[in-house]
Design a protein around this ligand. Structure first.
Ligand code: NAI
Length: 329
């Protein structure tokens, strides 16, 4: 039986992976820790590894994996910006991902963030818990009358557009590769026009060299004062310091982050008894009009089932000398 070292796992990952591995065809050994240079010793004797968003699969890690005879990295996520693909290909280590798991899971979370920020649900929840039924400070705006700009109209961007269509908002899109499906839902416009016209901007593009720090001082200056920005994609799409400055200046009216540039040291863990060392993040958290969730956009039953099944299917194909189409080269 092939042995797979499964990194960055929580109890829920194990539940869904064990279910997908029934009857067992792999020995899945679960590690809570991330795969990174310091934890490489754990991969001794494994045929494959499975990683998640914050595992650091750089050149040194890949070379060590090769030396151990690891032939496949089965990513349990869609994004792959944490893997040095060029080196993996050069070394002949296959990398496969789960490109298509319930895009609605992330889209619905993005919409939940828009509504929560707009209607100040967290504030209202806390007030009512204390029997304070005052409405002062809770006023929102009609999403039906707002213009929402979607950057990146792939699977998740389209699912977000479909969900927002129901609210009746005006929908703007930007993507270097416009699609008919996107055109049927919204109007493709140049990025600067999207910035100028949108009341809400939601990011659904991958993290690449071009999209790194897409939201920065310069782009913020082009947006409507008081704009709402939602990022459920990858943290480094937003320059956090510039976002903080934008909040202070009132350029950003609402900020919803499910991802954060330096989340690797924070997310998926209980740090409630520790001091927060990231000052920018701590300040962002202190703002009442900032809503942060810990990379949970994907976190639905349906998505976890799909992730586990596709991960195992990717392993099956690799060890059978086959392809699923989820391979990255
Ligand atoms: P996708 O590959 O279907 O779509 C991405 C779209 O972005 C494509 O249409 C592409 O042409 C476009 N794009 C690329 N560069 C762009 C740029 N510079 N500006 C505008 N558009 C650009 O990907 P999918 O499945 O929709 O996922 C989008 C992102 O969502 C992923 O890259 C991942 O980072 C993130 N994600 C977040 C999750 C979470 O739990 N918060 C879970 C899953 C994905």
């Amino acid at each position: 039986m092939k042995k797979i070292a499964v990194f960055s796992t929580k109890s829920y990952d194990r539940t869904f992976l064990d279910e997908a591995n029934t009857p067992p065809r792999y020995q899945l050994d679960y590690f809570e820790t991330r795969l990174r240079p310091e934890t490489l010793k754990l991969v001794e004797g494994y045929d494959g590894v499975s990683c998640f968003v914050n595992d650091k699969v750089d050149q040194s890690v890949l070379e060590a994996l090769l030396a151990e005879g690891v032939g496949i990295i089965a990513l349990r996520c869609a994004g792959f910006n944490n893997v040095d693909l060029e080196t993996a290909q050069r070394l002949g280590i296959q990398v496969a991902r789960v490109p298509n798991y319930s895009p609605e899971s992330v889209a619905e979370h993005a919409v939940a963030m828009m509504l929560t920020l707009n209607r100040k649900i967290t504030k209202a929840y806390n007030r009512v818990k204390e029997h304070n039924f005052d409405l002062e400070g809770l006023m929102g705006f009609n999403l039906s009358q707002a213009t929402v700009g979607i950057i990146g109209t792939g699977k998740i961007g389209l699912a977000t557009l479909r969900a927002l269509k129901g609210f009746g908002c005006e929908l703007l899109c930007h993507d270097p590769y416009p699609s008919d499906a996107g055109r049927a839902l919204g109007e493709y416009v140049p990025l600067d026009e999207l910035y100028r016209r949108s009341d809400v901007i939601s990011l659904h593009c991958p993290l690449t060299e071009e999209s790194y720090h897409l939201i920065n001082q310069q782009s913020l200056a082009k947006m409507k004062p008081g704009v709402m920005i939602i990022n459920t994609s990858r943290g480094a799409l937003v320059n956090a310091q510039d976002a903080l400055d934008g909040m202070k200046q009132g350029r950003i009216g609402y900020l919803g982050l499910d991802v954060y540039e330096l989340e690797g040291d924070l997310f998926f863990r209980d740090l409630s008894d520790q001091v927060m060392h990231d000052d920018v993040f701590a300040l962002l958290l202190s703002y009442p009009n900032v809503l942060v969730t810990g990379h949970q956009g994907y976190f639905t039953r349906e998505a976890l089932t799909e992730i586990a099944q596709t991960t195992l299917a990717n392993l099956d194909a690799h060890f059978a000398g086959d392809k699923t189409g989820n391979e990255l080269f």
